[in-house]
Design a protein around this ligand. Structure first.
Ligand SMILES: [Zn+2]
Length: 393
């Protein structure tokens, strides 16, 4: 059976098969597979990304998809599933397998379904979308739909830190005509995401006895003098704006310096981050930051190193057919069809294929100590995904 549109009879039959109980139960099971990103530490034995990758693999394999779990780096995994289709455009549903940490989170892996919501770490960011992708696969199988183009589901590791899973997939995985990433966009269609660059500002002084500070040079006061200009820097950034993402922003995240109150400190380190707009680079943003700090004067000896953590920004090329397909699908479901920007960073720049972000849940709950997603959002996202599969190919 083939289909040609987001709103035709095949799409209606598939949408009618979406099973909200199965969808919520799938998400509960995914939450029950802890997959906290090790954030640069060596992955522990059986680190959870592998378990989640295997879960996706097993569910899709049962539905007749061609599947593979790939160890792209020691102890780190991606899962790729492929459903054969006609000769139309190929579409990939991509999502990250990892979550942020669970410190102070009560019962993070319970995956409880209560009052129309599913709770737990990863509930919206972004095991919700993984559950929706599996539900898409379920209804396509139940209706014996051969999609107009190949469909892939990709679960990738390490989104929350260095995006190594998406980079590995982009380097050696299937190139497709369009990728949907189901990050928690509150069911809005996002054509652009900000990037991230993190820098260390190091201020050096001269240590001496705290009773004769005039004989030394205080690195903490030097850092403080430099940071008095940070408001000016933020105002400078606010003067430019991307049509979907608004202005870039900057944050002072960590400050460390000194040894004891009776010693003039010789060193102070500040960790800064800058959200990048499409077209901006980490190197260019560093130069601008240095120029802005230099205008503050004072501060003694200081330097800003190259970015030690970067996530590239992304923007979908104008007029791409994926934009029309997903907007048509969203229109059939009564949700917002206007292109938006996603303010957080994501894997979008690394798949080597055009990307739209659209997913259930909200960044307001992501990374929080009470993460949840509504089952209604899960159902709507699945419906939009099903209709997009049928319309895009
Ligand atoms: Zn995410």
């Amino acid at each position: 059976m083939a289909s040609t549109g987001a709103g035709d009879a095949v799409a209606e039959q598939c949408v009618a098969r979406i099973d909200r109980e199965r969808l919520a139960a799938t998400l509960g099971e995914l939450i029950g597979l802890p997959s906290v990103n090790p954030f640069g530490d060596a992955p522990r034995d059986g680190q959870g990304e592998q378990r989640v990758a295997q879960y996706l693999n097993d569910r899709l394999e049962r539905l007749g998809w061609g599947c593979e779990v790939v160890e792209y780096a020691a102890g780190r995994y991606n899962a790729i599933g492929r459903l054969a289709g006609g000769g139309g455009r190929s579409l990939m549903f991509a999502g990250h397998l990892d979550t942020v940490e669970t410190t102070d989170y009560p019962e993070p892996f319970a995956g409880t379904v209560r009052d129309g919501r599913v709770y737990g770490r990863g509930a919206c960011d972004m095991k919700a979308a993984l559950a929706c992708y599996l539900e898409v696969a379920e209804v396509l199988a139940e209706q014996a739909v051969s999609p107009p183009g190949e469909v892939f589901v990709a679960g990738v590791g390490d989104e929350e830190f260095r995006q190594e899973g998406a980079k590995a997939l982009g380097a050696s995985g299937p190139l497709v005509d369009g990728v949907i990433i189901g990050e928690p966009t509150e069911l809005t269609i996002c054509h652009a995401t900000k990037g991230l660059a993190a820098y260390d500002l190091v201020v050096t002084g001269e240590a001496t006895h705290g009773s004769v500070p005039q004989h030394g040079s205080n690195a903490i006061l030097g850092a403080a003098a430099l940071l008095t200009s940070f408001g000016d820097y933020q105002r400078l950034l606010a003067e430019r704006s991307h049509p979907l993402l608004g202005p870039p922003t900057a944050n002072v995240g960590v400050i460390e310096g000194g040894v004891r109150p009776n010693i003039v400190p010789a060193r102070c380190e500040v960790q800064l981050s800058r959200r990048l707009l499409p077209g901006e680079t980490a190197a260019g943003a560093r130069e601008e930051l240095v120029r802005s700090l230099a205008r503050a004067g004072g501060g003694g000896q200081w330097s800003v190193g190259d970015a030690w953590w970067t996530v590239e920004p992304y923007e979908l090329p104008a007029g791409h057919p994926l934009a029309g397909a997903i907007a048509g699908a969203a229109g059939c479901c009564g949700v917002d069809t206007e292109p938006r920007g996603f303010p957080a960073s994501s894997d979008a720049a690394y798949f080597g294929s055009p990307v739209v972000l659209f997913g259930p849940g909200s960044l307001a709950q992501a990374h929080s100590l009470d993460e949840w997603v509504s089952v209604a959002d899960l159902v709507t996202a699945t419906e939009v995904y099903v209709r997009t599969v049928l319309a895009f190919g």
